[in-house]
Ligand binder design. Structure first.
Ligand SMILES: [Mg+2]
Length: 268
C-alpha cells in the first residue's frame, strides 16, 4: 500500500531515530488534510500504522463538527476512523461544561458545536444571561453576537474557549481565520481571559490516553503546529512529531522531531 520513495532523511537527526509506537494521536487540519484535500502520503501512512496494530486516534482543535461528521469525512478520504477514535475541542468543552454543571451556555460557534452540547444534555441560550460563554470557530460571527456575549460576561458568566488557533490551513496553503481570532475579540471587549479547553492544554490528549489505555511515552502526537500540537504533547508528557504540511513552514525549534511529511513515521 505504501510506495517506497527516497527517504526524507535530510531532516533532523531525531526523525531518523523514529520508532514505531503502540499508539498515535494525529492532528487533522494541516496534518492529514487541508480543507477537503487529503495531504500526500497521509492516508497510506496512517493505514500502514493501523495495519501493524497501532491504536490510532484523531484530535482536532476544530470545534465546528461532531465526531460523526469528522468520522464521515476521514472515512471517505480512506482513513481508518470510527466515531470513537475522534476527539475535539468541542467534545472536550462539552465534557468540561457538564463537569462544571453548566446550567445555561451562550455559544459563539458553529451549528456543530451546538449539536455537540445538546448531545451532552447541555442547555444553550440566545439570551444575554448565561453562566458560561463558550467561544469557538464561528463563521456567522457578528457584532450583535459579540455584544450579546459581552452582556453575558458582564452579568457574571465565565469565559471558555474551545481553542486559540488564530488561523488554520485550507486547500493550496490558504490560511483562514481560526477560533483564536474570535476569542481575541471577546477577550478584548470583556477584558477577560478565556479558559482554553483545546491544545496546547493537555486535557484532550489525556482523555485519549485514558481511552487507549496507554502510557504517555507510548503514544506519539503528530501535528503541524508547534504552539498547540507540540506544546500540548509536551504538557501531557507524550513524544511529539511536527510535519511541515500545515501552518509551520520551517522547523526552527532546536531539538524538535520533525519532517517534511508523514513518511518519516514509517522509518525505523
Ligand atoms: Mg493542525
Amino acid at each position: 500500500m505504501f510506495s517506497k520513495r527516497s527517504p526524507t532523511s535530510s531532516f533532523s537527526e531525531i526523525s531518523k531515530e523514529m520508532r514505531r509506537y503502540p499508539g498515535y494521536i494525529f492532528d487533522l487540519d494541516g496534518t492529514l488534510y487541508r480543507g477537503s484535500d487529503p495531504i500526500e502520503y497521509a492516508v497510506e501512512v496512517v493505514n500502514q500504522l493501523a495495519a501493524e496494530g497501532a491504536r490510532i486516534r484523531y484530535l482536532t482543535n476544530n470545534s465546528g463538527y461532531t465526531a460523526e461528521k469528522i468520522s464521515e469525512k476521514l472515512t471517505a478520504m480512506g482513513f481508518p476512523a470510527p466515531v470513537d477514535s475522534i476527539y475535539s475541542s468541542g467534545l472536550g468543552a462539552a465534557e468540561y461544561l457538564r463537569t462544571h454543571k453548566a446550567k445555561s451556555v451562550f455559544v459563539v460557534g458553529q451549528p456543530g458545536l451546538h449539536e455537540i452540547l445538546s448531545s451532552y444534555g447541555i442547555r444553550t441560550t440566545q439570551e444575554s444571561r448565561a453562566d458560561f460563554v463558550l467561544v469557538g470557530i464561528c463563521r456567522s460571527f457578528t457584532y450583535d453576537l459579540l455584544d450579546r456575549a459581552l452582556q453575558c460576561l458582564l452579568g457574571g458568566a465565565k469565559l471558555i474557549a474551545t481553542n486559540k488557533d488564530t488561523t488554520f490551513p485550507l486547500e493550496e496553503g490558504r490560511l483562514a481565520p481560526g477560533a483564536g481570532s474570535i476569542v481575541a475579540a471577546v477577550e478584548a471587549a470583556s477584558g477577560m481571559k478565556a479558559t482554553v479547553i483545546g491544545k496546547p492544554e493537555p486535557t484532550l490528549i489525556q482523555h485519549l490516553l485514558a481511552q487507549m489505555n496507554l502510557k504517555p511515552e507510548d503514544v506519539l502526537v503528530v501535528g503541524d503546529r508547534v504552539d498547540t500540537d507540540i506544546e500540548s504533547a509536551k504538557r501531557a508528557q507524550c513524544p511529539a512529531h511536527l510535519v511541515l504540511t500545515g501552518v509551520t513552514s520551517v522547523a526552527s525549534t532546536a531539538g524538535l522531531s520533525w519532517s517534511k511529511d508523514l513518511r518519516d513515521l514509517l522509518q525505523s
